[in-house]
Design a protein around this ligand. Structure first.
Ligand code: GCB
Length: 605
């Protein structure tokens, strides 16, 4: 029996039991939020099922009256041992860990259920159930019928339910599982909390019979006077005209789709360009047949030349910070627009023009807020540390997550970098795996830059070198380094030099040190604010000496929960490398970095 089946039998089995389409990749709908339909957010009934009892009997065979049936006993003698209606509730969107103390460390299955009415819709209308994300994998049933499964806890997916809805009392059941698993993405070990649940919004979405499923409308890669992209229709039976209109930029063009429902386009236009200083967004309307979708889109170019990164043709230094998708002030997954604005507001206060949204695709509120607030974004999939590089299902999973991430944020001007991996030790199998992702990302999105957070190796007496062979495939070399924390003491920064095997811009994607807010000592006392502040000063001085460094996103904006951080009285289950504690208290190092970023913004390096 393979590990996959031993450790997480349920989705595999549910797939085998209920449909030949096990692990079907249910593609999300673009522009879903603006469509008519109804929100299914709110209180869902839940059953915590650590032994996976809702699906299997004691022989691991399908059990009678599985929870997905969501049906009362058929007679007074019928044995049914669950009842969603009398079970407790959890809020959606939200992680389960921070909603109930007994679920803080929970890893396993929880069944979610909610009932909803669906008024009859006009003839020809189609309906979809769209999930913003389910962490980490989900199997979905509507009225007892299995719709499919999705794996990957941070990207959206949808199932078509046209013709399957009842006017009243539809039963929607989702089996969500967050068991860690060696062949998953991420795998067994991460330095962040394994939040589970229906962590993002769920919606019933209506579309016309022929509808716009996806589109990208962005500047051509290096031409700010041309807008290029594609539109993909769903349901089209033949060539169909599609109109893209940007009234604010006096642009309107009509193209015709090919037999597969896809059209590419490129046309001249001169929009005012989006930048951190001027995050201008235009209303864009795309129309095809009876369908019309709207979005707010910014236009900018992003390129590299030698070791420079150029935004709208001009060199830019990325004054960044890394952050997790964890809500300021309460912990747990950030879910709302307010959560996103609070986190990114802190980054603005720090003087940033750039954020690294680590270590997985954050919710769409984050990238939309970044668009509005003028923060460039590094976005990544959780290909982190050790991954089953030789497993083809693992690669397929990573490719799907990357594809779903790129599709969702195709129109976010803020997003300039797709990252395919974080600190993945170099082996042939790993580099082959990551090269496949790089090729996918280039094919799916020729307009953005590709990167990965790479490791480094000693070179000479006082040198470190970025010599990862993957560097040849990337546009920007991400560099995680912990000189002064895991690697010597802060004074080591004073004499260290950096080099790279590839003549490309370097973005220092991580450096940092833990400090407990309010803990004081001298600059050599671990976990004191003084140690962290001193490390930041020395790191900044060191990085200033390396001309190829074109940006940085130190680790990290806010302290975050991590089961790898047990030190009592200091960590207590939190990674304390934040410049800000989770309650909003700023540490000394916040001021050090803010002052450095002010100086950089004023033009001195
Ligand atoms: C890293 C990881 C990050 C950790 C950080 C740390 O290199 O990329 O996920 O949280 O170090 O604090 O050790």
């Amino acid at each position: 029996m393979s590990l996959r089946v031993k450790i997480w039998p349920l989705v595999a089995l549910a797939g085998a039991l209920c449909s030949a389409r096990a692990f079907a990749a249910p593609t999300a709908l673009g522009f879903a939020d603006g469509r008519s339909g109804q929100s299914l957010d709110g209180a869902w009934h839940v059953i915590v099922d650590p032994y996976d009892n809702g699906l299997l009997d004691y022989r691991n065979q399908p059990r009678p009256n599985g929870y997905f049936e969501d049906a009362p006993p058929k007679s007074k003698s019928d044995l049914v041992e669950y009842d969603f209606a009398r079970s407790p509730t959890l809020e959606v969107p939200g992680d389960w860990n921070t909603q109930r103390p007994d679920l803080l460390y929970y890893e396993g299955t929880i069944w979610y259920e909610r009932r909803f009415d669906a008024a009859r819709s006009a003839n020809g209308t189609r309906q979809f159930l769209q999930f913003g994300a389910a962490a980490a994998r989900a199997t979905v049933w509507l009225n007892g019928r299995r719709l499919g499964a999705h794996e990957g806890g941070f990207t959206p997916f949808a199932f078509e339910v046209t013709g399957q809805l009842r006017p009243q009392g539809n039963s929607l059941v989702v089996m969500v599982n967050n068991t860690r698993w060696p062949e998953a993405i991420p795998a067994m070990n991460t330095d962040w909390w394994n939040y589970g649940g229906l962590t993002r919004s769920v919606r019933l979405v209506e579309t016309p019979a022929v509808f716009i499923r996806a589109a990208r409308v962005q500047c051509a890669r290096s031409d700010a006077h041309r807008i290029a992209g594609f539109v993909a229709l769903d349901g089209a039976r033949g060539p169909t005209p599609v109109t893209i209109a940007i009234p604010g930029a006096d642009a309107r063009v009509t193209v015709t789709t090919d037999a597969s429902g896809r059209a590419t386009f490129e046309f001249a236009a001169s929009p005012a360009l989006w930048s951190p200083e001027s995050p201008k967004l235009y209303d864009v309307t795309i129309t095809a047949g009876g369908d019309s979708v709207h979005d707010q889109i910014g236009f900018r170019t992003i390129e590299t030349a030698g070791t420079e990164i150029r935004l709208n043709g001009r060199p830019i230094f990325l004054r960044g910070i890394s952050l997790h998708e964890e809500a300021l002030g309460r912990g747990g997954r950030a879910t709302s627009r307010a959560d996103a604005e609070a986190l990114l507001g802190l980054a603005k206060e720090l003087g940033c023009n750039f954020v690294r949204l680590a270590h997985y695709p954050h919710n769409e509120e984050m990238t939309r807020a970044a668009d509005r607030m003028g923060l460039l974004v590094w976005s990544e999939i959780p290909v982190y540390w050790t991954i089953a590089w030789n497993d083809e299902n693992t690669l397929a999973n990573a490719r799907r997550q990357l594809g779903e991430e790129i599709a969702r944020d195709a129109n976010r001007a803020a997003v300039i970098l797709w990252s395919v991996g974080n600190e993945t030790p170099v082996t042939e199998a790993r580099t082959r795996f990551l090269r496949t992702l790089v090729a996918d990302a280039r094919a799916a999105d020729p307009t953005r830059l590709l990167t990965a957070a790479l490791e480094h190796h000693p070179s000479g007496a006082h040198g470190e070198r970025i010599d990862d062979p993957l560097g040849a495939d990337l546009d920007v070399l991400g560099l995680n380094e912990y000189v002064g924390w895991y690697d010597g003491l802060p004074a080591k920064c004073d004499t260290l030099g950096w080099s790279a095997a590839h003549d490309k811009p370097i973005v220092v994607s991580e450096f940092g040190a833990d400090a407990r807010a309010g803990m004081h000592g001298d600059a050599l006392t671990r976990f004191s604010e003084e140690y962290q502040a001193d490390l930041y000063r020395r790191q900044l001085a060191m990085l200033r000496r390396v001309p190829a460094i074109r940006g940085m996103s130190p680790w990290i904006l806010v302290d975050f929960r991590s089961p790898r951080r047990p030190l009592p009285g200091v960590q207590d289950g939190w990674n304390r490398k934040g410049l800000v504690a989770n309650d909003g208290t700023k540490k000394q190092a916040f001021g050090v970095l803010r002052d450095a970023y002010r100086a950089l913004a004023a033009g001195s390096r």
